[in-house]
Design a binder for this molecule. Structure first.
Ligand SMILES: [Zn+2]
Ligand SMILES: [Zn+2]
Length: 356
């Protein structure tokens, strides 16, 4: 018997590559190999490793086969060791404290919309990160390029989430949610009764980002006043880098990176409304978004807003991007007590249910 689990090593490598925003094909090699081997009995994997026949399997190449062989021999795969040796930068103390205070993530996607991985994989990665909960927030119907969920598919997803929760470790909860489009008139792009059933509703503007200032402000104020909205997602819609985000799946089309300037709105009015309606302002951790910019985080803080520091992850490794959001929040002096995902799942859900 080997002391190491080769599948866990392959997944760990994929996770570290995703977190480092490495090219999609590199990540996919490890995820495909883990998937192929996951369907086989351990004895067959061991036999194939012994006889050099792992690479006959589709999805297993020379590099991944070598990792499996090393792992089965009880050694840390060389590839993994190299990654571990080069990764990671230290956060300053404030950012670290903020990151340590976070108990969950309120904005994540699965392969039901434009994410790259199944819900189960996202949840298990969140468990490994030490999260107590993960809110699944796939896109709404109007965002067709991101395979937004119709009301019917969302209902199916709610049943599926309930089943997944049964199989997850005790003490961890997968919460239901949505990243709902804020439509041109400020209404939310999903049936009211469904929004009312969800644990957390993140609302984002994905279309008409060039609306003039008055129109965009009206649109956002209408959404913020909607009793179903809990968190205002990436409020300026800006894209600061043209680096494509590393995603292992079919898409990320809703979030495909290209530089885009901030949309224009009356930030004083918008953040005052967020404070009044107790809607949290999202600090989106994606490296290509960094939204809102720091000057707006400071403004929202002064307005008395709460925040949610979320990853908007489209793949498991991206769930660890929260540290980027924490760095920006810390630079702006956001205290942990203003951040809703420092709360327990119970408190979070009580907060959202209180407004419905
Ligand atoms: Zn979005
Ligand atoms: Zn998103």
């Amino acid at each position: 018997m080997s002391a190491r689990d080769p599948l866990a090593d392959l997944r760990r490598i994929a996770f570290l590559l995703e977190r480092a925003n490495e090219a999609t094909y590199r990540v996919r090699a490890f995820r495909s190999a883990a998937k192929t081997l996951g369907a086989l009995p351990a004895a067959e994997i061991a036999e194939r490793a012994r006889t050099g026949k792992l690479t006959e399997l589709s999805g297993v190449g020379d590099v991944t086969a070598r990792c499996v062989a090393e792992s089965l021999a009880g050694e840390e795969p060389v590839y993994l060791r190299r990654l571990l040796a080069t990764e990671g930068t230290d956060l300053d103390e404030a950012a670290t404290k903020l990151r340590d205070a976070l108990r969950g993530d309120c904005h994540t996607h699965s392969d039901w919309s434009d994410g790259g991985s199944p819900i189960e994989e996202m949840a298990l990665a969140a468990v490994e990160l030490g999260h107590e909960y993960l809110v699944l927030t796939d896109h709404s119907p109007r965002l067709k390029v991101a395979r937004g969920l119709t009301a019917e598919r969302l209902r199916k997803q709610l049943d599926h989430v309930a089943a997944v929760n049964e199989a997850l470790p005790k003490g961890f909860r997968l919460l239901t949610g949505i990243e709902v489009d804020i439509l041109a008139d400020g209404s939310l792009d999903q049936d009211e009764d469904l929004l009312a059933r969800l644990d957390v509703v993140v609302g984002s503007v994905h279309s008409g980002l060039n609306d003039d200032r008055a129109r965009m402000t009206r649109r956002m104020l209408t959404a913020i006043a909607n009793p179903h909205l809990d968190i205002l997602g990436h409020c300026t819609g800006r894209m600061v880098s043209s680096r494509p985000a590393g995603v292992t799946g079919p898409g990320d089309r809703g979030h495909r990176a290209r530089t885009r300037k901030e949309s224009e709105f009356d930030a004083d009015a918008v953040f005052a409304a967020c404070a009044e309606h107790d809607v949290a302002v999202e600090i989106n951790s994606r490296p290509e978004r960094q939204d809102p910019p720091k000057r707006l985080i400071r403004l929202a803080l002064e307005a008395g807003c709460r925040f949610a520091i979320d990853t908007d992850a489209h793949a498991p490794g991206q769930l660890d991007w929260q540290r980027f959001g924490c760095e920006r929040a810390a630079l702006c002096g956001v205290p942990a007590k203003r951040v809703v995902n420092t709360w327990t799942a119970d408190r979070l859900v009580k907060w959202t249910a209180g407004r419905r």
